[in-house]
Design a protein. Structure first.
Length: 313
């Protein structure tokens, strides 16, 4: 099976990224149309709402719900971007309020991917580590991951770790997922016995994928970010990573993916316990490593920092 031809990944990512946004925006009765993404962030209203939902916080200044001028639109966009950069310390490479107001689809896609990496792929891993540390020793400060591995590498390693007992492995987030057996196996990881893998045929890729999507939705409430035909004929790395991250972050206790701030649907995560401030030297080193690995996978989307921005090279 071949990977996506040049250009087809744009269509696939548009659907995946907008479905990811809509999974969060549904709590505000808002929706982003993937066919009109270039215009969806133009007034900043939906972007403002998305950032608030992802962080379970109200932004200041408040959104202007029906902006009548460019200045009002720019204010809405800038409020969201400033919060991400200054409060959450998320690097937004080459993305400005004017760009989104002007309908730059490439940068809008890049912004959504940045949010997926930070909130769907990276932070749930940190939450899990923090919770485990607190449960084992409530008086100890929760550690920050010190690995320099990229989120892609960590996600790939997790897949192979949980798939190994079933005699399965993956080497990438494209061709390894095309026949659907891996996604069915990941359903078994979360709920053993969901599928009889011995009865799955790699020749029935479409059926395998649709069964996995259906079970993941019914049993774990994962949104259907992907379409089976796209995974078979145009597998896109960023899109498949976005979906697989739901499996990795699934919390069997709350029966929902871990996420900073809120659970999808509005349920609030338990508050992080008070922690003594970390030592300056170790904090600086750990934070730098974590930020660096996150930047690596984001930069792979935009192109290297300092070069002309491209989504995929």
């Amino acid at each position: 099976m071949s990977t996506a031809p040049v250009g087809d990944w744009v269509r696939v990512q548009l659907k995946t990224f907008c479905r990811w946004c809509n999974d969060h925006l549904k709590s505000r009765d808002l929706e982003i149309d993937h066919e009109k993404l270039a215009q969806e962030f133009k007034d900043g209203v939906k972007l403002h709402a998305l950032v608030e939902v992802l962080n379970d916080e109200k932004l200041t200044p408040k959104v202007i719900p029906q902006p009548k001028s460019k200045m009002h639109c720019i204010q809405n966009i800038a409020t969201a971007l400033n919060y991400l950069q200054k409060t959450k310390k998320i690097r937004l490479i080459g993305i400005g309020a004017e760009d989104l107001y002007d309908g730059n689809q490439k940068l809008a896609m890049g912004l959504i991917w940045t949010l997926i990496v930070h909130y769907q792929i990276v932070e749930p891993e940190q939450i899990s580590m923090e919770n485990n540390a607190v449960e084992s020793n409530p008086q100890s400060p929760a550690p920050v991951p010190k690995t320099k591995k990229s989120p892609k590498q960590l996600l790939l390693e997790w897949c192979n770790e949980v798939l190994a007992p079933m005699g399965l492995s993956v080497t990438n987030f494209t061709s390894s997922f095309q026949d659907g057996t891996i996604l069915c196996a990941l359903c078994n990881v979360l709920q053993p016995g969901t599928f009889d893998l011995s009865k799955l045929s790699k020749a029935n890729a479409m059926m395998n994928l649709n069964m996995a999507f259906s079970k993941a939705k019914d049993e774990f409430d994962f949104p259907k970010l992907l379409d089976a035909e796209d995974v078979v004929h145009s597998p896109d790395e960023h899109s498949i990573m976005s979906y697989v991250a739901y499996f990795k972050s699934y919390d069997p206790v709350s029966k929902a993916p871990r996420q900073r701030g809120t659970l999808r649907g509005g349920g609030t995560l338990r508050k992080e316990p008070e922690k003594p401030p970390p030592k300056k030297s170790s904090s600086s080193s750990s934070s730098s490593s974590s930020s660096s690995s996150e930047d690596d996978v984001i930069s792979s989307f935009f192109g290297r920092v300092g070069e002309p921005i491209t989504i995929k090279t």
